[in-house]
Design a protein around this ligand. Structure first.
Ligand code: 4AD
Ligand code: MG
Length: 467
């Protein structure tokens, strides 16, 4: 076969130099045609679109032609030709075909229209489908948008550790990291495990958030963001929870809660605008396949400013709804943690746009949040989105050493683990704020997929760590 340098499908479809000789490589999506001519739809992942290969059967070897089955990998040389078919510019009139990899009929992606549930069972192959190709290309573009947004604003990307000895959210939902022999654990007279011989000489876990180390960086570099994996051993089997997910956490010195809200709103709008600017082919596909309201919803959040509302006000609206006959699965009262159904009621039914809820009861929020003068609430903020519920959680941080200490003691957080964090409040403390956005929650919103297992390549959820 003549050696011609490869053109990606995304590029070949844009070319108009008809008559040129080109090479494309990719996987067969479909093959159809008559006894004389076959049409192969070839995809190489560079775009949702396939390039059509036109094969004049009598000029090719019969044994080779038999190997061109769904899923087979081909290298094709041919003449770039203006396509008579609607919806495509260019096709390729094949002159030489090499089968790089055959694919027999045990290939699980034979026909179109598999359910998303089935595709989760073949997560190793699902990136080859139109749907998951689209989702993972969008995922890449969202990573780029995130780095670009913060870089443009002078934030520094800061790497925080994944193995840690502290529990940022204080919720005790951590996966332990150990090299101890689980079949032969040494214990003291009270039955507690002795960690002296463990790798780090102490009990360690996978981090639930990079925030605490992010605060150290913000009170030195001014404005930083982390973007990395986080882990939560919470036993929630919902369409919005993963045990391993990626989180983006900006942290800014001197920002108060209002500026933190501005940053969160600008940030999400920037990401959504970026998706509309860079991923329209894939978004259009997902809009047509799964979620006819997707494009409209994306444009919708860009239009208006987000509603800003206190938790107390939010509860009042929900209580009024209940009084008016609206049924919820979980009870509504001041002090209750909001369920996703409550968040979505506020966003989708009451205000019909995104809501930033602030000033939550201190009992349902983390120890580090700035305490309000009322003694009951803290300067927390959750950004609530249509179809998703909470997409961002953040707060202004408690900058006062004594108030922070009191809260840590009230909540029984092990003090000796926290000395380095408390140093930020001891040495030149300052007002500062930040938030965390779950990357896969953003992807849920931008792709319109309804289960978080379908926006991450290899989901980790309770009782599931395949692939
Ligand atoms: O609200 P969370 O727990 O806040 C924090 O971790 C803070 N330390 C963030 C900060 O202020 N720097 O989590 C933040 C976000 C949530 O709003 C949600 O989008 C996402 O992380 N998230 C999850 N995403 C997928 N699966 C889970 N189990 C998630 N838990 C939280
Ligand atoms: Mg939260």
């Amino acid at each position: 076969m003549e050696k011609i340098s490869r053109t990606k499908v995304v590029d070949v479809l844009r070319r108009t130099d008809f008559g040129a000789t080109v090479n494309v490589k990719g996987w067969v999506r479909t093959r159809r045609g008559s006894k004389q001519v076959n049409f192969i739809a070839l995809n190489d992942g560079s775009t949702i679109h396939n390039v059509q290969i036109v094969v004049d059967l009598e000029t090719f070897d019969e044994e080779m032609l038999k190997q061109i089955t769904t899923g087979a990998c081909l290298s094709v040389n041919g003449i770039l030709t203006e396509s008579p078919g609607a919806g495509q510019n260019a096709e390729i009139q094949a002159t030489e075909i090499q089968v790089l990899g055959t694919c027999d009929n045990t290939y699980p992606l034979q026909k179109k229209g598999h359910s998303l549930e089935f595709l989760r069972e073949v997560a190793h192959l699902r990136p080859r489908t139109n749907t998951f190709g689209a989702v993972f290309r969008i995922s890449h573009h969202m990573s780029m948008a995130i780095h670009q947004f913060f870089h443009e604003r002078g934030f520094f990307n800061f790497h925080t550790p994944l193995i840690t000895a502290s529990d940022c959210e204080g919720a005790g939902q951590m996966f332990q990291v150990t090299t101890l022999n689980l079949y032969d654990l040494k214990k003291d007279e009270n039955g507690s495990i002795l960690y002296d011989d463990d790798f780090f000489g102490r009990q360690t876990s996978l981090t639930v958030s990079g925030q605490l180390e992010g605060e150290l960086a913000a009170t030195a570099l001014g404005a930083i963001y982390t973007f990395g994996p986080t882990f939560r051993a919470e036993n929630s089997n919902t369409p919005r929870h993963l045990a391993e997910f990626w989180m983006v956490e900006p942290e800014v010195a001197f920002n108060e809660i209002g500026e933190n809200m501005d940053l969160a709103e600008d940030f999400i709008k920037y990401c959504v605008q970026w998706a509309l600017d860079h991923c329209m082919d894939d978004i259009t596909f997902l809009n047509n396949m799964f979620d006819k309201g997707l494009i409209e919803r994306l444009q919708g959040v860009l239009k208006d400013s987000f509603v800003r509302l206190t938790y107390t006000e939010g509860i009042r609206i929900l209580e009024e709804a209940v009084a008016g006959g609206r049924a919820f699965e979980f009870p509504v009262y001041w002090g209750a943690d909001l369920a996703s159904e409550h968040e979505r009621y506020l966003v989708e039914e009451h205000f019909k746009r995104p809501v930033i809820l602030t000033d939550y009861p201190k009992e349902i929020k983390s120890f580090y949040m700035k305490q309000n003068e009322d003694g009951k609430t803290v300067r927390a903020m959750d950004v609530l989105f249509p179809k998703i519920g909470e997409i961002i959680g953040g707060s202004e941080r408690e900058a006062d050493y004594n108030k922070l200490m009191t809260r840590i003691q009230e909540m029984n957080i092990p003090m000796k683990d926290m000395w380095w964090y408390l140093d930020t409040r001891k040495f030149g403390t300052c007002p500062h704020s930040g938030f965390g956005m779950g990357f896969e929650r953003l992807l849920l919103f931008v792709t319109g997929m309804s289960n978080i297992r379908d926006v991450i390549p290899f989901p980790r959820t309770p009782r599931n760590a395949e692939f």
